[in-house]
Design a protein around this ligand. Structure first.
Ligand SMILES: [Mn+2]
Length: 332
């Protein structure tokens, strides 16, 4: 047990009312790490009050998701400990302007796996494959004999790891990841083929959004990029889900697979905030480290997968700003 885990253990034991959060725009690993933490804490401490709050449900069926409290705003509610999964930046969980809990003085912990610059006392992070793997390993270490695997826990671990490692493809997969996976798989095996199929389903109108994104495709050297102007969304009546799904599809399965291209970025508007844009970068081993670029734009992530948020009036302005940093980084 490292010193962060010792502290976390003490705080969990002391707390009576624990709130669990995951980052906004949650992916499968975000949901799985939150649900896993919830289920294990409920199992070990049936008398504590443990709550999960999110703004949306997962798009695939996950164990324990029926216990999520769907809320529009997150306000303080007598919790005496907040545990956040899959990021270590408080701002990625709550909104300064919307959420009453933003300025809460309650003890906060983060269980994460993204690269960070400095060690923090309230962050448990061993740079594992996924937040799900970190939650599993940490809880097992902290609670030893009290820690138990059940069907829900086994399933959540498999879904979280498979999704964040791209089916064990990425470098973040370690022998330890495989061992954790094997351990829970022995207890209960999920149908991964079915899960992958269901989690890849997209709404029909995503096709229109894919077409519009592709119209903006530009290739410069070994980099490609695409974007979605706001006017097009209004003109074509594209839904938020359609645009977001199209963006995810092109980002993960198209952008860097064009012959001669190895990396790039894609820009979409935020539906929640006026003049905010999300920029996602993807790269390939041996080519551009996109974390460097995201960081220069106040974002973050991994070497091959990173993102940032930019405030601007038009998408052209965003693209220009990103290209400015790209040129700076690539030429240096
Ligand atoms: Mn993750």
């Amino acid at each position: 047990m490292n010193k962060q885990e010792k502290r976390l253990k003490k705080e969990i034991s002391k707390a009576k009312n624990i709130l669990i959060l995951t980052h906004r725009g949650p992916d499968i690993d975000a949901f799985c790490s939150m649900l896993l933490l919830y289920k294990e804490l409920i199992n070990i401490f049936p008398s504590k009050r443990i709550t999960m709050k999110t703004r949306q449900y997962p798009t695939v069926k996950l164990p324990q998701m029926e216990n999520i409290n769907l809320v529009e705003e997150i306000d303080s509610e007598n919790e005496d400990l907040i545990i956040c999964t899959d990021s270590s930046e408080w701002e990625l969980f709550v909104d300064e302007h919307k959420d009453g809990i933003f300025n809460s003085k309650v003890t906060k912990f983060f269980i994460d796996h993204h690269r960070i610059d400095e060690e923090r006392d309230e962050v448990v992070n061993e740079l594992r494959s996924s937040a799900t793997e970190q939650v599993y390993v940490t809880l097992k270490r902290i609670f030893e004999k009290k820690f138990k695997v059940d069907e829900d826990i086994a399933s959540l671990v498999q879904y979280g790891i498979v999704d964040d490692t791209g089916r064990f493809l990425y470098d973040i997969t370690t022998p330890e990841t495989m061992r954790v996976f094997a351990e829970v798989m022995e207890f209960h095996r999920v149908d991964l083929e079915e899960f992958a199929y269901k989690s890849k389903k997209f709404p029909k109108d995503a096709t229109d959004a894919v077409v519009e994104f592709l119209k903006t495709l530009k290739i410069e050297g070994d980099m490609a990029y695409m974007y979605m102007p706001k006017e097009i969304i209004d003109e074509k009546g594209l839904s938020k889900q359609g645009v977001n799904t199209a963006q995810a599809f092109l980002r993960d399965s198209y952008l860097r697979f064009i012959q001669g291209v190895h990396w790039g970025f894609i820009v979409r508007p935020s539906y929640d905030y006026v003049n905010k844009w999300y920029v996602s970068f993807r790269s390939t081993k041996g080519y551009q480290d996109v974390e460097v670029i995201a960081k220069k734009l106040n974002g973050g992530g991994h070497e091959y997968s990173s993102a940032t948020k930019i405030t601007a009036n038009t998408v052209e302005e965003v693209v220009e700003r990103v290209l400015g940093v790209v040129n700076e980084v690539v030429s240096s």
